[in-house]
Design a protein around this ligand. Structure first.
Ligand code: ZN
Length: 114
């Protein structure tokens, strides 16, 4: 990977971290609505609970991804970045463009079962 490419991926991560943080705040707000906004309607309450579960899941995934992005950001300047941790092959740049936090190539990720 060239120094210019490293700068490029740093920029991608720098853009994604605040975006993701904002998304997490939005999800949090949906999980914990302001007092008084709740409902005593039983059916509405059940669908609220179902929605809340979805939000919880999204929140967990977004938090995980944010942590990974922050970790990987510290590695962008090292030879480790962009190299699969399993087979030590270079991770395709197109994949890193989409998921700059990738630690594995697609083949190894599939083998690990996601
Ligand atoms: Zn691999």
């Amino acid at each position: 990977m060239t120094p210019a490419q490293r700068v490029h991926f740093k920029e991608i991560i720098e853009t994604q971290v605040p975006e993701l943080s904002e998304e997490i705040e939005t999800i949090k707000a949906a999980i914990y609505p302001n007092k008084g906004e709740g409902t005593s309607d039983k059916v509405a309450h059940i669908s609220f609970k179902q929605e809340q579960n979805i939000h919880f899941q999204r929140h967990a995934e977004a938090t995980k991804r944010l942590n990974r992005l922050k970790q990987v950001y510290l590695k962008v300047d090292t030879a480790e970045y962009g190299v699969c941790q399993e087979c030590e092959e270079a991770i395709p740049l197109a994949r890193l463009e989409l998921m700059p936090e990738s630690l594995y190539c697609v083949a190894c990720l599939n083998e690990r079962g996601g």
